[in-house]
Design a protein around this ligand. Structure first.
Ligand SMILES: CC(C)(COP(=O)(O)OP(=O)(O)OC[C@H]1O[C@@H](n2cnc3c(N)ncnc32)[C@H](O)[C@@H]1OP(=O)(O)O)[C@@H](O)C(=O)NCCC(=O)NCCS
Length: 188
C-alpha cells in the first residue's frame, strides 16, 4: 500500500480564504492547541474532562507528516486552525483525528479536510474510509452521515476497529459509533 499521496499537488484547496494542504513541519507544534480548543466542545457526560485534554502525541504527528497523511487548514493569516490525521485500520483507511478550532468552525473546513483525506485514501487504493465518533453530537455522526458515512454495526467491523472501540470505552468515552465511507476507485 502506498501511503504517500501520489495525487497530491503543490496547489492547495481553498475554502473561503483558507487553504487545505499537507501539513508543514512548522505546523506540527501548533496542532495540540487546536485539538484542545475543539475538544472542549465535548460534553463531560460523554468524555471525562481529563480525556478531553488529551492530544495526538507530537511523535505521532511527526510520523504522519513524514508519511504524507497529515493535512491542515491554514487561516488567511497563516497559522493552522484545523487538521486531519489519517492512517489505516483493518486494511481500510482510517480518520484518526479531525479538529477545527471553534473560532473557525461551520465554514466548511471540516468537510474539506474529510474530502482531502478521502482523496488520499482513494489514491492509495483503499476501498473505504472508517472512523469512530460520538453518535449523537450534531457535529459528529450526523455530520459524517451527511458526507456519506454509514454507521457500522459492532460485529461488522474488523478486530482493529473493535480494539479501538474497546480502548475508547476503557478511557470512559460513551456513545461511540464506528462509521464507514465506501470509496469509489478511479476505474469504477
Ligand atoms: C467536527 C468538526 C471538525 C467540524 O469542523 P467544521 O469546520 O465546523 O466543519 P464544517 O463547517 O465543514 O461542517 C460542520 C457541520 O456541523 C454542523 N454543526 C456544527 N456545530 C453544530 C451544532 N452545535 N449543532 C448542529 N450542527 C452543528 C454544521 O451545521 C455543519 O453541517 P453541514 O456542513 O452539513 O451544514 C468540528 O466541529 C470540531 O473540531 N469538533 C470538535 C472535535 C470533533 O468533534 N472532531 C471530530 C471527532 S470524530
Amino acid at each position: 500500500m502506498n501511503h504517500r499521496d501520489s495525487a497530491d499537488t503543490p496547489a492547495p484547496w481553498r475554502v473561503a480564504g483558507y487553504r487545505i494542504q499537507l501539513a508543514r513541519a512548522v505546523d506540527l507544534p501548533r496542532l495540540a492547541a487546536v485539538e484542545r480548543a475543539a475538544a472542549r466542545q465535548f460534553p463531560t457526560r460523554l468524555i471525562p474532562p481529563a480525556q478531553r485534554e488529551g492530544v495526538v502525541p507530537l511523535a505521532v504527528l511527526r510520523q504522519a507528516h513524514a508519511e504524507g497523511r497529515l493535512w491542515v487548514a491554514l487561516s488567511p493569516a497563516g497559522p493552522p486552525v484545523g487538521f486531519a490525521v489519517a492512517g489505516s485500520c483493518d486494511g481500510e483507511a482510517f480518520l484518526i483525528e479531525l479538529d477545527v478550532h471553534p473560532a473557525h468552525q461551520c465554514l466548511g473546513l471540516g468537510r474539506a479536510l474529510v474530502a482531502r483525506v478521502a482523496q488520499w485514501a482513494r489514491a492509495a487504493g483503499y476501498a473505504a474510509l472508517a472512523l469512530t465518533t460520538f453518535a449523537s453530537l450534531p457535529w459528529n455522526a450526523p455530520f459524517y452521515a451527511r458526507l456519506g458515512f454509514q454507521a457500522l454495526a459492532p460485529e461488522a467491523g474488523g478486530p482493529e476497529l473493535a480494539a479501538r472501540l474497546a480502548a475508547e470505552a476503557r478511557l470512559g468515552l460513551r456513545e461511540r459509533v464506528a462509521m464507514r465511507l465506501p470509496l469509489a476507485q478511479p476505474q469504477d
